[in-house]
Ligand binder design. Structure first.
Ligand SMILES: *[C@@H]1O[C@H](CO)[C@@H](O)[C@H](O)[C@H]1NC(C)=O
Ligand SMILES: *[C@@H]1O[C@H](CO)[C@@H](O)[C@H](O)[C@H]1NC(C)=O
Length: 461
C-alpha cells in the first residue's frame, strides 16, 4: 500500500512538473520600416551590393581647413583629464591628424575586408563579410556575427577578425575557423540612419537577423560588446533556434530584483551567500564608490544622449576637433578610469593614433554622430526595465568575458535569472571596455573556448 502511495506521489509530481515547466518564451519579432517618407507598396530589393569606402580630395581638404581653424580652450591648471579631454593634448592630436595621419591609406586598410550593403526595412545596412581563406579538410567554417557599440564601429574588430577567420596563420591549427559577418548598426558608420523615430536594440536585432537569413545563415554564433551585447541578446531572444551561442564581452542586466539589491548591501560580508567570487568583491565593493558613484560620474554622456541627442550632436557633427575629443575621451577612460589623472589620458597606452583617428573618421565622413547618439534616446526613453525584452529570459547558451578595467561590471550572479544558460564566465587578466580593439587575442581565445564547449555539447547530444 505504502509503495503504491509513494509511486502515485512520484508520478503525480512528475506530471505536475511537466505541466508547469516554464515555456521558453521568445521575443516577438515585430516589424519595422525606417526609410524616408511613405513605405512603398513594392517588395524590398534584396540584392546585396559590394561596397568600398571611398574618399576624395575635397573631403580631405575640407577636414584640413576645419582643423587649421580649430579653436582650443585652455585647460585648468593641473586638470589632466579630470575635466574631460585635455585641450593641450588635443592640440597634439590635431597636429598629428592634420600633418601625419593619412586617411587615404586608412581607407585602404578599411577596404582590406570585403564589404557589402543591402536594404533591410527600408535602409541600407553595411557589413563586412570575411570568409576564411583556407579550411582544413573536412571542416566547415562557423558563422559568427560580430556587433560593435558606441562610440565604436566595425573597425574595432579589424584585429580580431584574422584571428577568427585564419587561426592557422597565428599558430592555432586545431582551432575553430569562423566566417565573420560584421554589420554597422543602422545610424553608425556606413549603415544608413533610420529616418523614423523608435529604432531600438530590438529593431536592430531583427534587422541583423534578417540580414543573416538573407545571407543564408540558418545557424550562427553572435558576439557583442556595449550596444552590441544588448543587440545580440535581443537576437537570441527573437530567434533562439538560429543562435547557437551568445558570447558577450560586456553585459548589463536591467532585470535586477530584490535579491540583487540585497547582495549589493551585504555581499561584501557574505560573498559566498550571494555567489560572488573574489574578483566580484574586488570590483563591486565599497559599493557606493565602485558602482554607484562611478557609474554616475561616467554616464553623463548617456543621459545627454538619451534626452537631447540632436542638440549636443550638432556641434560634434560640425567640428572634427569636438568630435575627436568627445569620442576619444571614451577610449582613454573606458580603458582604465584612473587615466583621468594622466596628462594624455593614457590614450596611446593601448591604441595607436592611427587606429583611434580611423574610428573618429568613420563618424566624421559618414556624419553619423547624431544618429549614433539617438540610439540612447530610442532605447532609454521609457527608463530601465520597462521593455518586454528586459523581462524575458535568454535560453541560448551564453559565454561572458569579464574585463577588469571595464567601467561596466556585472558579476555572474547578477546575470541570473535572465541568462538561464551561462556555459562560461571568464575573468580576463587585463583589458577594458573596448575588448576586441584592445585585447583581440584574449577575446578571440575566449570566443574559441566557448564555441568548442557548445560544439562538444551538440555533438554528444
Ligand atoms: C594637460 O593639462 C595640464 C594642465 O592641466 C598640462 O599641464 C598638461 O601638460 C596637459 N597635458 C598635455 C599632454 O599637454
Ligand atoms: C590604470 O591606470 C593607472 C594609472 O596609469 C595605473 O596605475 C594602473 O596600474 C592601471 N590599472 C590597470 C589594471 O592597468
Amino acid at each position: 500500500m505504502l509503495l503504491e502511495i509513494l509511486l502515485a506521489l512520484v508520478v503525480g509530481t512528475v506530471i505536475y512538473l511537466f505541466l508547469t515547466k516554464k515555456k521558453e518564451e521568445t521575443l516577438p519579432i515585430g516589424d519595422g520600416w525606417w526609410g524616408k517618407g511613405k513605405k512603398p507598396d513594392s517588395e524590398e530589393d534584396a540584392t546585396v551590393h559590394p561596397f568600398k569606402v571611398e574618399t576624395s580630395e575635397s573631403e580631405i581638404k575640407d577636414l584640413h581647413k576645419r582643423l587649421d581653424q580649430a579653436r582650443f580652450t585652455e585647460p585648468l591648471e593641473d586638470s589632466y583629464f579630470y575635466y574631460g579631454f585635455n585641450a593641450t593634448y588635443l592640440k597634439k592630436i590635431t597636429s598629428y591628424w592634420r600633418n601625419q595621419f593619412d586617411w587615404k591609406k586608412q581607407v585602404e586598410v578599411l577596404n582590406r575586408f570585403p564589404q557589402f550593403k543591402t536594404k533591410v526595412e527600408g535602409i541600407d545596412v553595411h557589413f563586412l563579410h570575411v570568409k576564411p581563406s583556407r579550411l582544413p579538410e573536412g571542416r566547415s567554417a562557423k558563422p559568427l556575427l560580430l556587433v560593435h557599440g558606441w562610440p565604436g564601429s566595425v573597425y574595432e574588430f579589424y584585429k580580431i577578425i584574422p584571428l577568427l577567420t585564419d587561426p592557422a596563420s597565428h599558430g592555432l591549427s586545431d582551432e575553430p575557423v569562423f566566417e565573420v559577418i560584421c554589420p554597422s548598426i543602422p545610424g553608425y558608420g556606413f549603415s544608413e540612419a533610420p529616418h523614423k523615430k523608435g529604432f531600438t536594440s530590438v529593431s536592430c536585432a531583427r534587422i541583423f537577423y534578417r540580414l543573416m537569413l538573407r545571407l543564408d545563415f540558418k545557424e550562427f554564433y553572435a558576439e557583442g560588446g556595449d550596444w552590441g551585447s544588448l543587440i545580440c541578446t535581443n537576437l537570441a531572444q527573437i530567434a533562439p533556434n538560429h543562435v547557437k551561442g551568445l558570447h558577450l564581452s560586456d553585459v548589463v542586466n536591467t532585470g535586477l530584483g530584490f535579491k540583487h539589491l540585497l547582495s549589493a548591501l551585504l555581499g561584501q560580508y557574505f560573498p559566498k551567500l550571494f555567489g560572488f567570487q573574489e574578483e566580484d568583491v574586488q570590483q563591486l565593493f565599497p559599493f557606493w564608490k565602485k558602482m554607484v558613484f562611478k557609474l554616475l560620474m561616467e554616464s553623463g554622456y548617456a543621459h545627454i544622449q538619451a534626452t537631447r541627442p540632436d542638440t549636443a550632436g550638432c556641434g560634434l557633427n560640425d567640428s572634427p576637433l569636438g568630435l575627436a575629443a568627445y569620442i576619444l575621451e571614451k577610449f582613454a577612460l573606458w580603458t582604465n578610469l584612473s587615466h583621468e589623472y594622466l596628462e594624455d589620458g593614457g590614450l596611446e597606452k593601448k591604441f595607436t593614433l592611427d587606429d583611434l583617428l580611423t574610428n573618429v573618421m568613420i563618424y566624421w565622413v559618414s556624419g553619423c554622430i547624431v544618429s549614433s547618439m539617438r540610439f540612447y534616446k530610442e532605447n532609454l526613453k521609457n527608463g530601465f526595465g520597462t521593455e518586454k525584452h528586459e523581462k524575458l529570459a535568454v535560453y541560448v547558451p551564453t559565454g561572458i568575458t569579464s574585463f577588469p578595467n571595464d567601467f561596466i561590471y556585472f558579476p555572474r550572479s547578477w546575470l541570473h535569472p535572465t541568462y538561464v544558460n551561462i556555459v562560461s564566465y571568464n575573468y580576463m587578466p587585463q583589458g577594458g571596455h573596448f575588448a576586441a580593439f584592445e585585447e583581440p587575442e584574449l577575446l578571440a581565445a575566449d570566443i574559441r573556448q566557448f564555441v568548442k564547449k557548445i560544439e562538444k555539447r551538440s555533438f554528444t547530444k
